[in-house]
Design a protein around this ligand. Structure first.
Ligand SMILES: Nc1ncnc2c1ncn2[C@@H]1O[C@H](COP(=O)(O)OP(=O)(O)OP(=O)(O)O)[C@@H](O)[C@H]1O
Ligand SMILES: [Mg+2]
Length: 113
C-alpha cells in the first residue's frame, strides 16, 4: 500500500476529488493546512508598505491506495487538476504503508481500502 499526501490550493479540491473518485479511489482525508514552499511566503503590498504572509492556506489531502491502483495515474490526475502554472500549486509526497486495519471488523490488509 502507498500513502499519497498532497498539498493543494483549497479551491482545487472539488476538481481533484472528482477526478480521483472517477478513477476508483474511495477513502480519503482532508485537513486545513498552512505552509510555504521555497519562496518562504508571499510578499504583498499594503497601505503601510510591503509585508510577507509566511503561512499560506492550503489543503492537505491524504489517501492510502492499494498496490493495484495505478500510482502514476493518480499522481498525474492530481497534477492535472491542481495545477494553475503559478507558484504555490502544491506538492505530492508518496510514502509506503505497512499495514491497515478496519476497526469495526478487524479486517486487515489492502482489501479494506
Ligand atoms: N518540503 C515540504 N514539506 C512539507 N510540505 C511542503 C513542502 N514544500 C511545500 N509544502 C507544502 O506545499 C504547499 C505548496 O508549496 P509550493 O507549491 O509553494 O512549493 P514550492 O516548492 O514553493 O513550488 P512553487 O515554486 O511552484 O511555489 C506549501 O504551502 C506547504 O504547505
Ligand atoms: Mg512556492
Amino acid at each position: 500500500m502507498k500513502k499519497i499526501e498532497c498539498y493543494i490550493r483549497p479551491e482545487r479540491l472539488e476538481k481533484v476529488k472528482k477526478a480521483l473518485f472517477a478513477l476508483g479511489v474511495k477513502g480519503m482525508s482532508i485537513t486545513d493546512a498552512k505552509g510555504h514552499g521555497h519562496q518562504g511566503g508571499i510578499k504583498l503590498t499594503g497601505r503601510a508598505g510591503d509585508y510577507v504572509v509566511e503561512w499560506i492556506d492550503k489543503l492537505k489531502l491524504e489517501l492510502v491506495v492499494s498496490e493495484t491502483m495505478p500510482l502514476e495515474k493518480i499522481m498525474d490526475i492530481i497534477v492535472e487538476n491542481a495545477a494553475t502554472g503559478k507558484p504555490g500549486d502544491g506538492k505530492i509526497f508518496v510514502l509506503p504503508v505497512e499495514e491497515a486495519i478496519r476497526i469495526r471488523t478487524r479486517e486487515t490488509g489492502e482489501g479494506i481500502l
